[in-house]
Design a protein around this ligand. Sequence first.
Ligand code: PLP
Length: 428
Amino acid sequence: MKNTKSEQLYNSALQLIPGGVNSPVRAFRAVNMNPVFIKRGAGSKITDVDDNEYIDYVCSWGPLILGHSNPNVKIAIQQALENGTSYGAPCENEVILAKMIVEAIPSIESVRMVNSGTEATMSAVRLARAFTGREMIIKFEGCYHGHGDSFLIKAGSGLLTSGNITSPGVINDLAKHTAVAKYNDQSSVEQVFNEYGDKIAAIIVEPIAGNMGLVLPKPGFLEFLRKISSQYGALLIFDEVITGFRLNYGGYQNLVGIKPDLTTLGKIIGGGLPVGAYGGRRDIMETLAPCGEVYQAGTLSGNPIAMAAGIATLKQLQTKGFYSLLEKKTNSFIKVLINILVECEAKISINTIGSMFSLFFTEGEVNSYQDVITCDTAKYADIFRKLLRFGIYFPPSQFEVCFVSSAHSEEDLDFTQQMIRRALKSND
Ligand code: PLP
């Protein structure tokens, strides 16, 4: 695989940008190689600056459910561009996208646009704290909610001891306001509520965990979170930055019939442009300025171009059968893949739902963070590098999800299966 230009760009980037990248996982450190620099994306494929082409299963980490350079999204962006890029004043596209979101997700009565998932979760937690007059939040080990200070906390030595910060620069004092419970473990949540019940402002959870690889909620887990948060007067925040419009038109909450108090969105609703949103019960949302006193603002929030990309994306997702087709395609792919893993005697287990899947390099079921960390990350890195050479772009970390888009063809998926078999069998 030729990578001269990527290497040159990376060397320049290292002089100019910390670690050469604008988001750490892009640096490929977890897979022990230097990153490739991408110059073009079209449909299911991306092309790097050395003209290597890859079938892409990262899809910009989730937003590109329609694949790269979707024609209708491109046209919508071009048309919006004719009228300027940002006004710093309200525009019609904000109202259109807000209406689409409110109509799609019943728990969202009112929604505020921001520019990233991180902004959405940070703001939702501020709002929850203000609304309840409480300071603590509960998050889950292995879930990721962006890089807001309150989330860069991991479990301490015991569940009920203070958490530990995971990044220098986050003030230690903040750690005592974030309790870290275990995903899919009701008793760990009960313990926190037993100890701190009237101090807890909110539980924030990815209803399907997508940031430790794909881990599905056990039956009853999300219902339990709804029940216990209501019981203690805490808010339930579903972080649907990944799952929003990924598995169905709306949130995963629609599929399981649970109404969180607040929901955070991002990725797909921006159609590949920088967007986030948070919304929920009207009485809570209307404590935000200018209705209420909770402050949150944004120069580029709701800008007409990003809104246009989001609207054009959601419109296509409304096509009858869109999600069932995507799910069917992914299911058939996974079915064959399972046979290949058996044939290759690979110690890999697969989690999948809709158009998302993860290959975990470990044996047995993966239902928790504790299961996830048994993975052989060196083996993942080895297979990742081989797949890249064979033209398949998987996430450069064991602990991320693969996404299938509507642009992935049968041929793409067949080829990917063959290359996974080849990678598992090859010793070079
Ligand atoms: N929440 C979840 C569930 C995410 O997966 C992410 C990012 O991957 C975020 C929040 C943060 O979003 P962003 O990277 O747009 O800030």
